[in-house]
Write a new protein. Structure first.
Length: 301
């Protein structure tokens, strides 16, 4: 199960990002179904996983497109709420010539994801793995974590960066911050392996069991209280990094749900994220299992 956001991404390509107060003439404009939660659900569905999405969209044209994109990927949308009196969420995204991005999100219907409804969904389904992010109210994520059976795995992607209550962190089996989110949560920028370990130690003190820091083109770093290891990623030409982190998180959840050992699951998740970065769009960039086999078939056995 994925609990989280669904947004329509409004994407403009440009040679470089504008300075404060500056107007630039951009290039190509496109719309893509997105939102961290929906992206991650689609990533799991494209890989062949069985996944339900819990979220909220408006009864508008963007909401229709978002629902259709989820369904095309094989995501169960029975638990998605449609609200008639609010717009679906949007994200305004600028992508530069190097494929890097800036994102501003207007939550819209995502702010209507209610703790009681999320708790009821988690209790009813009792998922083996729950994946969540922070583009919906943190109270809803806290309710999901509290309702999850002890034997179930909870993966929390703490994005966008914000402070989190200790009881939410203490339920996280895997916390997957990027560099910025790591610094917000710990005060330490993960510039190297030693910094990653120090930052992870502060999160272990708050109850997290595994800390998995995503490092963009440097790959990722998995830490446990016993130690840590850096996992390099594929060397690819980045076209659009917008949903690479979501692809990584969806891949991680999928492979862990399949019983894949943690270090191999992280390596495969790196592959999923790298492939996503070579394609435009968010959900449109999510690779299939055939794509993963092409790049990393030996890891799949």
């Amino acid at each position: 199960m994925v609990v989280g956001s669904a947004n329509m991404d409004l994407v403009v390509r440009t040679q470089r990002f504008p300075q404060a107060g500056e107007t630039l003439l951009g290039g190509e404009f496109a719309t893509f179904p997105g939102g961290k939660g929906a992206n991650q659900a689609v990533a799991i569905g494209r890989l062949g996983g069985s996944v339900r999405f819990v979220g909220c969209v408006g009864r508008d044209s963007f909401g229709d497109e978002l629902m259709e994109s989820l369904k095309r990927a094989g995501v169960d949308t029975a638990l998605v709420l449609r609200q008639p009196d609010v717009n679906s969420g949007i994200a305004v995204i600028t992508v530069d010539a190097g494929g890097q991005n800036t994102i501003v999100v207007a939550p819209g219907a995502n702010a209507r994801v209610h703790p009681d409804e999320v708790a009821a969904a988690v209790t009813t389904v009792s998922p083996a793995v729950l994946l969540a992010q922070l583009e919906v109210p943190v109270e809803a994520i806290a309710a999901a974590a509290k309702s999850l059976p002890k034997e179930s795995l909870f993966i929390l992607n703490p994005a966008p960066a914000q402070e989190l209550p200790d009881d939410v962190l203490a339920r996280a089996d895997y916390l997957t911050p990027n560099e910025t989110e790591t610094e917000v949560l710990t005060g330490i920028f993960p510039a190297d392996d030693a910094a990653c370990l120090t930052a992870a130690g502060r999160l272990f003190d708050r109850g997290v069991r595994h800390v998995l820091i995503t490092l963009s083109q440097r790959g990722s770093f998995l830490a446990t209280p016993e130690g840590g290891r850096h996992f390099p990623t594929l060397n690819v030409r980045t076209v659009d990094s917008t949903a690479a982190g979501d692809a990584f998180n969806g891949g991680l959840a999928h492979f862990l749900a399949q019983g894949v050992e943690a270090s191999r699951a992280v390596t495969l998740a790196n592959v999923v994220g790298a492939i996503s970065a070579t394609r435009e769009g968010a959900q449109a960039s999510m690779p299939s299992m055939d794509d993963v086999r092409e790049f990393a078939g030996e890891l799949l056995g």
